[in-house]
Design a binder for this molecule. Structure first.
Ligand code: PDD
Length: 281
């Protein structure tokens, strides 16, 4: 039985209980983080805690813990779940109060963390790539906030699954924003493109790292959105996230992307990413 953290206590997952009046449950009123853990060490933790702070600020929930306190909770939870590789889920909701759209006053946020298995990225995904579909980005205009309210993302990801694909790439006003649970990239004539950080995309931690790795290796990269038609003619398409690292897309809406195999620029970025992981381990 995994150990979870709930409002100050570590306890077996099946003993953790939250109120039906929690605003996370009734209103989706909360924010979250997913943090990969490699060999017992939370990867890029300071960046996740900074983004958590930004999300909390965005929805006007006061951060219930200092970074030192968060780090202690996270280290303890990792240890209580036998170290190794894990995917940590952390959420903060506005707390428990009678249902009302207006924020309650003087209510403490609810804090919940759990450890899930971090499944290694399938070898077949690295050798063959994955399938993706395109779909209209039906989300709100604060996608930079990592809100627990994921109904739109869930609908779009299910649409991909129903089409036999692994991810949905989202199109807003004729431009690629990101994936339903990932950031997205297109490689065109040797240049990597990814949408700029604004209210239309999540500022992915993996995305930031990819941008830094590209800069260090002199790989041309522009934070500029690509049009849907440019996406359809791209030489390579990738997605990235904390749980999937960086994955090549080789089939888009049933059409072959580039050569139909993971491309050379992806190979290079994937190698840099693995090297970076080794270095910080
Ligand atoms: N999702 N964009 C969206 C909409 C996401 O949901 C995610 C990650 C990302 C990638 O961000 P990062 O590199 O920081 O993981 C981009 C997580 C993994 C999830 O919801 O499970």
């Amino acid at each position: 039985m995994p150990t979870v953290y709930l409002n100050g206590e570590f306890l077996p997952a099946d003993k953790a209980q939250v109120s039906v009046y929690d605003r996370g449950y009734l209103l989706g009123d909360g924010v979250y983080e997913v943090i990969p853990v490699y060999a017992g060490k939370a990867f890029l933790l300071e960046r996740h805690l900074q983004r958590l702070q930004n999300s909390l600020h965005g929805v006007r929930i006061e951060n219930p813990h200092s970074n030192e306190q968060w780090t202690q909770i996270i280290e303890d939870l990792i240890a209580k779940n036998n170290n190794g590789d894990q995917s940590l889920y952390l959420q903060v909701t506005r707390g428990v109060a009678p249902r009302d759209h207006i924020f309650p006053v003087g209510v403490a946020p609810s804090v919940f963390l759990m450890s899930n298995p971090l499944l290694p990225v399938a070898e077949s995904w690295k050798i063959e790539g994955i399938k993706a579909i395109t779909t209209a980005d039906i989300r709100w205009m604060r996608c930079d906030i990592k809100a627990i309210t994921l109904l739109a993302n869930s609908l779009m990801k299910q649409q991909a699954q129903d089409a036999g694909a692994q991810e949905a790439l989202l199109i807003r006003d004729n431009y690629l924003t990101e994936g339903s649970a990932s950031n997205a990239y297109a490689v065109i004539d040797g240049v990597i493109f990814t949408a700029p950080k604004d209210e239309k995309v999540l500022p992915g931690i993996t995305r930031d790292l990819i941008i830094e790795l590209a800069a260090k290796a002199d790989m041309p990269l522009h934070e500029r959105a690509v049009s849907e038609s440019a996406l359809r003619n791209a030489d390579e398409i990738w997605i990235s996230s904390s749980t999937k690292e960086v994955v090549p897309v080789t089939l888009l809406d049933g059409e072959i992307v580039g050569s139909g195999k993971p491309g050379p620029i992806w190979q290079q970025m994937h190698a840099l990413f693995q090297q970076y992981k080794q270095e910080v381990a």
